[in-house]
Design a protein around this ligand. Structure first.
Ligand SMILES: *Cc1c(COP(=O)(O)O)cnc(C)c1O
Length: 438
């Protein structure tokens, strides 16, 4: 498989190059030259298969001859050593819980696969790759735990001192081993500026092979299609002849883009619901056909607070910039913070199920879509649950007036010793730190 840049001026890349570069040299996002399609008989064979076999079948089409199948299978077994439950709410609504990985959020799927692909390609080149990331929270922790202990890689994370939650800080600063946390005396913009400067600094690049791990990396996107295929096939067995609808809580739109790939690969998916919070640039585009990004608005579903989503360029490219085609597959809704809390409450009252604010945005959007459908829609629907409610205790307290217990793996992180190096926001300090790495 060959990968092209959405900006069309970089030379086509192997998966290895696309993974190690992240962003294409022309500033575009890598997309597969053609989306691989599964034949109906291939799909039939996968219907009874476990998650890892579905993941392997998909990954093989994207890795081609770049990774030996045995090694790829091992990578997949290591990545997805936790369950992906499809929990029924009522007789045709399901919650796909994507929060059973180490950081209790769906970003583990992408980060764990990216880490192992990076490690594999770095080993092939006998190099040590340094992943440099600025984070305001969730991406950084998935990256820290994703790359932890992966040979031929090391991670340097920059986070703004005092501006991440205690839980996030613990997740960023306790991975240890090949993961170093730099606590920056400044804000998130300072962290991003420092990382950008390092990427442009020739003297640093002479000694270190630097790469980023943000959500535009194609090797973070591919694994996110696995859980769509898995859920769609399970529902196809239960409801023969009916295709699944997915409601996707969205921020940078990587998750939704991966779902569209799964549909185009031939998995039994009918429609997508793009669920956004007040940051509605894409949902407005789907409605009106004009893309006019707004500045970011702060909401309760913080991981979806994105004014100008990075994966939107890739989503548009996949639909050949055709708004009508995109709108035929995707319906968008924007959900307010009040509706989010109201949904956490009403879902709990009706089903006894506690959902985090991001999942609640997805759940409400699905309800709106069903209300809007003129004929009764009997397709089974899946709401992707992107985070464990224990990560958002304040919202749960506000909506339900109750305390929920913290899962053991989260408690373990909270009990660990924080290890971080404090640096100032002047670039000299970061450059001195990076120069001293060997
Ligand atoms: C990152 C994130 C999202 C948004 O996913 P995108 O792929 O950026 O659209 C939603 N929910 C949670 C909990 C997240 O961490």
């Amino acid at each position: 498989m060959i990968y092209y840049s959405t900006n069309k001026s970089s030379t086509p890349a192997s998966l290895k190059r696309a993974t190690l570069e992240g962003l294409a040299p022309d500033g575009g996002l890598y997309v597969p030259s053609a989306i691989p399609v599964f034949s109906p008989s291939e799909i039939e064979l996968l219907k009874e298969a476990p998650f890892k076999d579905i993941a392997f079948a998909i990954a093989k089409k994207y890795t081609g001859s770049e990774i030996p199948p045995d090694r790829l299978y091992e990578i997949i077994e290591e990545c997805f050593n936790f369950p992906t439950p499809l929990v029924p709410l009522d007789n045709n609504t399901f919650i796909e819980e994507l929060f059973h990985g180490p950081t209790l959020a769906f970003k583990d799927y992408g980060a764990r696969f990216l880490a192992r692909m990076t490690g594999y390609f770095a080993e092939e080149d006998h190099t040590l790759i340094t992943i440099l990331v600025a984070t305001s929270g969730d991406t950084g922790s998935a990256v820290a735990y994703g790359f932890q202990g992966i040979p031929n890689t090391r991670v340097v994370l920059l986070y703004p001192s005092g501006k991440v939650s205690r839980l996030q800080e613990q997740q960023l600063t306790t991975a240890g081993g090949n993961v170093t946390a730099l606590e920056v005396k400044g804000d998130f913009d300072d962290c991003q500026r420092l990382v950008k400067q390092a990427f442009m600094d020739g003297s640093i690049k002479q000694n270190l092979t630097l790469t980023s791990a943000n959500s535009i990396n194609i090797s973070r996107l591919i694994p996110q299609s696995f859980y769509y295929a898995w859920a769609a096939l399970q529902l196809d067995r239960k409801y023969p002849g009916k295709k699944a609808v997915f409601s996707v809580p969205s921020g940078n739109y990587g998750n939704l883009t991966a779902g569209v790939l799964a549909k185009m690969m031939g998995f039994p998916i009918d429609h997508f619901i793009a669920a956004s919070n007040a940051n509605d640039s894409v949902t407005r585009y789907i409605e009106e056909g004009r893309y006019e990004p707004h500045p970011t608005i702060r909401t309760l579903s913080t991981a979806m607070d994105v004014g100008d989503p990075s994966n939107f360029a890739r989503l548009r490219h996949i639909y050949a910039n055709d708004h009508t085609k995109m709108a035929a597959d995707i319906t968008g809704y924007s959900i307010s913070d009040n509706e989010t809390l109201e949904t956490i409450r009403s879902v709990y009252d009706r089903f006894g199920y506690i959902m985090d604010p991001h999942t609640a945005v997805g759940s409400r959007a699905l309800e709106l879509w069903r209300e809007q459908m003129t004929q009764a829609d009997s397709n089974p629907a899946v709401v992707l649950s992107t985070a464990h409610p224990a990560k958002f205790l304040e919202s749960i307290r506000e909506a339900l007036d109750m305390e929920i217990s913290i899962p053991d793996r989260l408690q373990t992180v909270l009990d660990k010793q924080k290890i971080a190096t404090l640096i100032g926001s002047d670039y000299n300090e970061l450059s001195a730190f990076l120069s001293a790495l060997d």
